[in-house]
Structures are given as structure tokens and as C-alpha cells.
Design a protein around this ligand. Structure first.
Ligand SMILES: Nc1ncnc2c1ncn2[C@@H]1O[C@H](COP(=O)(O)OP(=O)(O)OP(=O)(O)O)[C@@H](O)[C@H]1O
Length: 356
């Protein structure tokens, strides 16, 4: 089963590897001057083949963003382009054609209780007018992909939350979408089931080549699955970049809060103050993607500069394909040696907070 990506219309001015682009998008609910600005001047670019996460607290505008991408809502200003087609003012048949190429996965699964698993997954195929035999083949293919072939004749209420979500994913894949929008798709699940569903979404991305937009309020989800992430705060994108960069060196206060809640390897301001009081030495926090490089810098520092070190805080965080380590070090030794060590650490990673 493959999901061939439809070709762009050719009229597009967007780069060919961009599947979704939002340009200066604002969405105001209610009257313009006294209305509520759910999204405010948002620019985003989602590339073909990636898993892109949008993270934000409740009310940040995440669901509104999803509804704009799948054409359920229209922008107040700005444009949304999907595969080269500006969908901002599309209506009727052309809009439906684009929407068929976008699959949706929901937090509450949205399965029909009166239909079996088969009936739920077959539903979009029925709507598309496929014959019974074709429906059966396709549903069998989809259910074996999500590991639920043996549950075809079961009703949703007999399934666990994780199984329900796997049915939801199978149904979303039924029409061979180019893009899957997963709106808080693991928020109703326990941690173990969350891991299973995220692993399935990764297979959807890697084996079927489907671009995925993951909407979440949990940095753990971003960390486990995404390539890039945008941080949404009160309707604005406050930071966007690779997961590695965002987790390694979060810039905005909102991002720092998300990262601190998940990663736990960077001291917060209070903890840093306690460490400063407890250690007379130079304290630095160094973030690296190659822990071995850090090890060799530190052993060279001891040898060449007579600088001793102690790890006073830190740890390693696993990302999708790599890991990042963040370590707060107390460096002690001659001033010139400590400075030379900080320089060498800067070459191995990102160094922050050198305090004498
Ligand atoms: N149809 C609507 N009419 C009026 N206000 C709306 C509408 N939809 C959303 N809003 C408001 O827009 C803001 C953003 O809502 P949205 O649902 O997009 O946020 P969210 O980040 O998805 O939050 P949550 O995680 O709680 O679902 C909220 O203040 C919300 O109350």
C-alpha cells in the first residue's frame, strides 16, 4: 500500500518540497474589532515527508490551525496553500478534492459505535463509491497495517483506547492521503499506549511516505516523533525549528517552559541559583548531540589546563533519531585554563551561563 503524492498544479510559487504553507494567516472569531484573534499573523511551512509538530497550551490556537489547513474554517486574512493550491477561498468540489487528500486523526477517536471496525474503516471508501470487493481488500490491507485484522468484526466499545486510535488511523489512511493531521491523537491515552500509537504514526510516515502534522500540548510527543516543531502561544508562532535545536536551545519563555517540563536536564532559574550558591566554581551548561565529544574536551581540559570538573546537573534526552545531552558543569582550576575549557566546550556544543 502506497500513497503517491499528487503533483503540484504548477502555478505555485511555493518550493516543491513544501506541502503546506501558511502565509500571514490570521483568524478572528466574531466581529473584527471586538472579536477574538485565535491566530495572529502565522507563517508556517510544512515540508513533504516530514513529521511536523505544533505545540501550545490550551487555547493557543492549535485546533483552529488544523481546521484552516483542512479547509473547515477560512482565514480572516492570509493564505493557506496545500500542495501548491491556495485553498483560502476554495469552495465545493475543488475544496472536497483537496480535503480527500488530508486524513484526520482525533483525540476522542470519533468512531461510529453502531459500526464494526470494518464498517468504520470502510466508511470513507463507501462514500468514495468503491465496490464491496474493493472495500474488503483495502480494509484488510489497512487493518493488517495497524495490526487489527483480527478485530474486523468487533465493535468500538469492545476495544481499548489504543486499539480505537489504531482504527482511527486506519480510517484516516483509507483514502490514500498525502497529509495526516493528528489533533491531540494521544492525549486520551496512557503513556505505554501513547508510545504504541506514536510508533504507528512513525510507520505511517516512514513506510507510506505520508506527511504528518501532530498537534499536541506535550513536548514528550514532539520529542518522540517530530522532525520540526512550531511553538504556538496566544495565536502566534513564537519559535519554529528542528526538534533538536528547539530542545537544545529553547529561545522563547513559552518554549523554555515546555522543554523544562519534559526534558528535566536543564536547571531552572531557582535551581541554578542554588547551584551558584553551593559551588564557588565557574558554572556552565553545555548542550551536545555527541556526548563523546564532550568527554574528550573534558579529559583534554584536565590534562592540558589543569581544570577539574564536576557534573552538577543534567542528563540525556532521546529524540526520534538522535539524543541530546545537557550538562551543567562546575569547572575549577586556573582562570586561563577555565576560559580555554569554555572555548573548547563551545566547539563541542552550545554553552550557556558561564558565571565566574
Ligand atoms: N468557533 C469559535 N468561536 C469563537 N471562538 C473560538 C472558536 N474556536 C476557537 N475559538 C477560540 O479561539 C482560541 C483558540 O482555540 P483553539 O481551539 O484553536 O485552541 P487550542 O490550542 O486547540 O486549545 P485546546 O488545546 O484547548 O483545544 C480559544 O480562545 C477559543 O476559545
Amino acid at each position: 500500500m502506497t500513497a503517491p503524492l499528487a503533483k503540484s498544479t504548477g502555478e505555485a510559487v511555493v518550493p516543491p518540497d513544501t506541502l503546506v504553507r501558511l502565509e500571514s494567516v490570521s483568524k478572528v472569531f466574531g466581529k473584527d474589532d471586538e472579536g477574538h484573534r485565535a491566530l495572529d499573523d502565522v507563517d508556517l511551512e510544512i515540508r513533504r515527508g516530514e513529521i511536523f509538530a505544533v505545540i501550545g497550551y490550551s487555547g493557543a490556537g492549535k485546533s483552529t490551525l488544523v481546521r484552516l489547513i483542512n479547509g473547515l474554517e477560512q482565514t480572516t486574512s492570509g493564505t493557506v496553500t496545500v500542495d501548491g493550491v491556495d485553498i483560502t477561498r476554495l469552495r465545493g468540489k475543488p475544496l472536497r478534492a483537496i480535503r480527500r487528500r488530508i486524513g484526520m486523526v482525533f483525540q476522542q477517536f470519533n468512531l461510529m459505535r453502531s459500526r464494526t471496525v470494518f464498517g468504520n474503516v470502510a466508511y470513507p471508501l463507501q462514500l468514495a463509491g468503491l465496490g464491496r470487493a474493493e472495500q474488503e481488500d483495502r480494509v484488510a490491507e489497512l487493518l493488517s497495517f495497524v495490526g487489527l485484522l483480527d478485530k474486523a468484526w468487533t465493535y468500538p466499545e469492545e476495544l481499548s483506547g489504543g486499539q480505537k486510535q489504531r482504527v482511527g488511523i486506519a480510517r484516516a489512511l483509507a483514502s490514500d492521503p498525502d497529509l495526516l493531521l493528528a489533533d491531540e491523537s494521544t492525549s486520551a491515552l496512557d503513556p505505554e499506549t501513547t508510545r504504541e500509537v506514536l510508533a504507528l504514526l512513525r510507520r505511517v510516515n516512514e513506510e507510506l511516505g505520508i506527511t504528518i502534522v501532530v498537534i499536541t500540548h506535550e513536548m514528550d510527543v514532539v520529542r518522540a516523533i517530530a522532525d520540526r516543531v512550531a511553538v504556538l502561544d496566544s495565536g502566534r508562532v513564537v519559535e519554529t525549528g528542528s526538534v533538536r535545536d528547539i530542545l537544545g536551545a529553547p529561545q522563547s519563555e513559552t518554549t523554555q517552559r515546555f522543554v523544562a517540563a519534559t526534558v528535566g536536564n536543564r536547571p531552572n532559574a531557582d535551581r541554578l541559583q542554588q547551584l551558584r550558591e553551593a559551588y564557588d566554581d565557574t558554572l556552565v551548561t553545555v548542550t551536545v548531540t555527541d556526548e563523546r565529544a564532550l568527554g574528550s574536551v573534558l579529559s583534554a581540559a584536565a590534562r592540558r589546563h589543569g581544570v577539574d570538573f564536576e557534573i552538577v546537573y543534567g542528563g540525556i534526552t532521546d529524540l526520534k533519531h538522535e539524543s541530546i545531552g545537557s550538562f551543567t558543569l562546575a569547572l575549577r582550576g586556573p582562570d586561563t585554563g577555565v576560559l580555554a575549557t569554555v572555548d573548547a566546550l563551545s566547539a563541542a556544543g552550545t554553552v550557556e551561563g558561564a558565571t565566574a
